[in-house]
Design a binder for this molecule. Structure first.
Ligand SMILES: *Cc1c(COP(=O)(O)O)cnc(C)c1O
Length: 517
């Protein structure tokens, strides 16, 4: 008997077979759903739309049964690494474990079945929740007011810079530059450009903080703001933050706090007390929303009283005892997101804040720091520490020594860790560290897990001493579903596969299934 149309869906039992795409699994007429006949005659599309807008042929969408679809997605999920599978020490990203109770909470229809366009009178509970979150975030950051609209950290950055622009504009000033340290996250200079400013870089001093003399040279009447994260991307607390604030404020500029690293200091010290005027928070990093799959996230922006009139609107506000409404601030820059932002992420964050309370949050920060310091101390034996100080919630080591001795790079170390069951740290960032590996174990990992990460690093370095060790590391990973892809070839000779099923020979030779380079 010959096989029916479509590709046999790659059973895991067959081993090694590349997973077909949905288009390759497609068989005409298959459906993942069925609805009973309504008895209502179908209206031909041609009677609803002008003929020239109609397609000649239906779109070539995959046609698969629910059974095949679920199997396909489940097989893909089993090839993935995820926070729920184990530690994910990806520095800067704060890939902590998020308790399932917060997911259960936002599954309540009382929260998620409220239409976002409901008039305030019918959404008092949601508005109360949003106001409570705004107040909690302001208390945590030392700010006066906030917007919950921005969808992520980068969106908060752009919103904040548009506020900076509006504020200077109202003072009759056209400032053109925003200062950022050379250790900054890539979204900082990108947001600066998007907001129409020029990014001016200030170098990092040998101790890992901002070089104050260099700062004085680049700050002037053209400076709209400085963007800093504290602790910075080296995981080090900016000791001279008060002097930095004075230099920028004296020149008439504002201080923007990139709050992606807040889990290091939450409940311990407030950005407002360091001199910052604007703060974004990454709720999907710090407060109980899983991330990594591209969203949704939330990047609320909190500001000092002077900047509150410029916040996006409409904003939920308390207008009486237990009464809430929506208001547009008088000098608002306008909306930056539909409705109130990614509301279910906001609900998770409020729950997380209320469950922990001030003491609990401080404990979260202390554990994040303790875990990172423990791992930093352990990894000292494996790697170089270019900024050798006790870290806060993350730290950066350099694999440059391994490169000199064995000819392997930070990327090889990252790939080798995958074979040892440990998710790779962030590589090649921050840019100021050669062959950088940036570890952030987060507060949710146990001592046993930290020990396992340290052991994996030690075993990897030890193997480099053995015959063939460097070659083995350069060939890693060998135990993952997909081995090392040729990234240059994937970028230059990308062959996206679309259309009717490919013959099996073509599937076998697909570049995506290529082995290590
Ligand atoms: C993650 C991160 C950002 C960007 O935040 P997104 O929510 O990913 O847009 C900015 N700065 C730092 C330091 C970060 O770690």
């Amino acid at each position: 008997m010959s096989a029916p149309g479509g590709v046999a869906s790659g059973s895991p039992l067959l081993g090694g077979a590349p997973e077909p795409t949905l288009l390759e699994l497609s068989v005409p007429g298959r459906r993942a759903w069925q609805l009973p006949d309504t008895g209502v005659p179908e209206t031909p599309l041609g009677t609803l739309l002008p003929a020239e807008l109609l397609r000649d042929a239906p779109p070539a969408l995959p046609e698969v049964s629910e059974r095949d679809l679920v199997a396909h997605v489940t097989r893909l999920a089993h090839r993935q690494y995820a926070v729920d599978l184990g530690a994910y020490p990806l520095g800067s990203c704060t890939m902590k474990y998020n308790p399932k109770a917060f997911d259960a909470l936002v599954a309540w229809p009382e929260l998620n079945a409220v239409h976002p366009a409901s008039p305030p009178a019918l959404a008092q509970g949601w508005l109360a929740l949003l106001v409570a979150l705004e107040e909690a975030l302001c208390a945590l950051t030392g700010m006066a007011a906030a917007t919950l609209q921005p969808a992520a950290g980068a969106a908060g950055e752009l919103t904040g810079l548009l506020l900076v622009r509006a504020w200077h504009h109202d003072r009759g000033e056209r400032r053109t530059e925003v200062v950022i340290p050379d250790s900054a996250h890539g979204t900082n200079p990108a947001s600066v450009r998007l907001a129409g400013y020029r990014a001016v870089t200030v170098p990092t001093a040998p101790d890992g903080g901002v070089d104050l003399d260099a700062l004085r040279q680049v700050v002037g009447p053209q400076t709209a703001a400085i963007m800093l994260t504290n602790p910075n991307t080296l995981g080090l607390f900016e000791q001279r933050i008060e002097q930095v604030a004075a230099v920028v404020h004296d020149a008439g500029g504002l201080l923007y706090y990139d709050g992606a690293n807040l889990n290091a200091i939450a409940g311990v010290v407030r950005p407002g007390d360091m001199g910052f005027d604007i703060v974004h928070l990454n709720l999907h990093k710090t407060f109980a929303t899983p991330h990594g799959g591209g969203g949704p996230g939330a990047g609320p922006l909190a500001v000092v009283a002077d900047l509150a009139p410029y916040l996006p609107g409409p904003r939920p506000v308390r207008v009486g005892e237990d009464r809430y409404d929506l208001q547009v601030p008088e000098r608002s820059i306008g909306r930056v997101h539909s409705w109130h932002g990614n509301a279910l992420v906001l609900a998770r964050a409020l729950a997380y804040l209320q469950v922990h309370g001030a003491d609990g949050l401080r404990r979260v920060a202390q554990l994040a720091v303790l875990n990172a310091r423990w791992l930093q101390a352990r990894l000292r034996a494996c790697f170089e520490l270019p900024y050798d100080q006790p870290c806060l919630h993350e730290f950066v080591v350099s694999a440059a020594g391994l490169r000199r001795r064995y000819g392997v790079r930070a990327l090889d170390v990252a790939k080798g860790l995958l074979d040892r069951g440990v998710h790779a740290p962030t590589v090649a960032f921050p840019l100021i560290v050669e062959d950088a590996l940036m570890f952030e174990p987060t507060e949710t990992e146990s001592p046993q897990t930290l020990w396992a990460i340290a052991q994996a690093c030690a075993a990897l370095v030890e193997d480099l001493e053995r015959p063939g060790g460097p070659e083995r590391l350069r060939a890693a990973p060998t135990r993952t579903p997909v081995r090392r892809v040729d990234e240059a070839r994937a970028a230059r000779q990308l062959v996206p596969v679309e259309g009717p099923p490919l013959p099996p020979e073509a599937l076998r030779d697909r570049p995506a299934a290529a082995g290590p380079s």
